[in-house]
Design a protein around this ligand. Structure first.
Ligand code: SAH
Length: 246
């Protein structure tokens, strides 16, 4: 039996990594992961055996890591940005595990992009919220639309992952059109690019302005609910304390 840690390294720099993730990375000898995420670790862990794989190679990456961790005494880590359980490696590793009975796995939580970005903007996720990815690579677009509509109906704050990419240049526009059917044009929104990494950028804007925004896949977007406002230049969803704050 060997061990495989499914590690969430947080959104960027080592200061966003949990102590548990750091300990697991100290112990693992071999690191599997998407090249860009592995590069973030090289400075802190220069002596590890790095096995990078490309974008879209998730299943091969998981199989390689599980095969390696099936060897007696082996200890490996498979890396996800942010949290591995949010559009990360924990899902496919768990699903493949029955095929690798000699590997033992442990999932290690990380700070997700939404947590980090929300803190940068203020407190947009203060009440009930949902996370919706606009990537239709593994989820049909019809289902994404249904979820966007349901989120509006329930007045959830929406945190949007994968807002736009070269392959999906119109998805954010299409999503905003759906949201604008039910939400006010001046709904308070914000986005953060490269949260917790070099080159961080942020912006506060209205839902109509968001519709025409040119973003990329390193950005997380927040669409407020009817209680979200910009207060002193920060994006805040009011929690419901009302009079008690006056
Ligand atoms: N497991 C990751 C999410 C992977 S999906 C997590 O928990 O954060 C990839 C999407 O996450 C990107 O398209 C982007 O929307 C968001 N994302 C990841 N890292 C980010 C960062 N540092 N800044 C802003 N958005 C980020």
């Amino acid at each position: 039996m060997g061990e495989l840690f499914v590690v969430g390294i947080g959104p960027g720099g080592p200061e966003y990594m949990t102590r548990e993730a750091e300990d697991a990375l100290e112990r693992a000898e071999v690191f599997f992961g998407f090249g860009t995420y592995l590069d973030l670790l090289k400075e802190s862990f220069p002596d590890k055996d790095y096995r990078p794989t490309g974008m879209g190679m998730e299943i091969d990456r998981c199989r390689e890591a599980l095969s390696f961790a099936s060897k007696e005494g082996a200890c490996a880590a498979i890396i996800s940005g942010g949290d591995p359980g949010i559009y990360g490696m924990a899902g496919p590793v768990e699903e493949l595990l029955p095929q690798y009975p000699r590997a033992d796995i442990r999932v290690i939580a990380g700070v997700s992009a939404a947590n980090c970005a929300a803190a940068i903007l203020g407190a947009p996720l203060m009440n009930d919220f949902c996370v919706i990815s606009l990537s239709d690579r593994l989820t049909p677009w019809e289902l994404i639309e249904k979820r966007l509509k349901a989120a509006c109906q329930a007045d959830m704050v929406i945190s949007i992952y994968n807002p736009m990419s070269k392959h999906r240049p119109d998805n954010l526009k299409k999503a905003c059109d759906i949201l604008l059917d039910q939400k006010k044009e001046d709904t308070a929104c914000g986005w953060v690019k490269n949260a917790g990494r070099k080159g961080m950028e942020k912006k506060f804007l209205s839902l109509t302005e968001l519709r025409d925004e040119e973003l990329d896949m390193f950005t997380v977007v927040f669409v407020g609910n009817s209680y979200t406002e910009v207060i002193e230049g920060r994006l805040v969803t009011k929690r419901g304390y009302g009079e008690r704050l006056s």
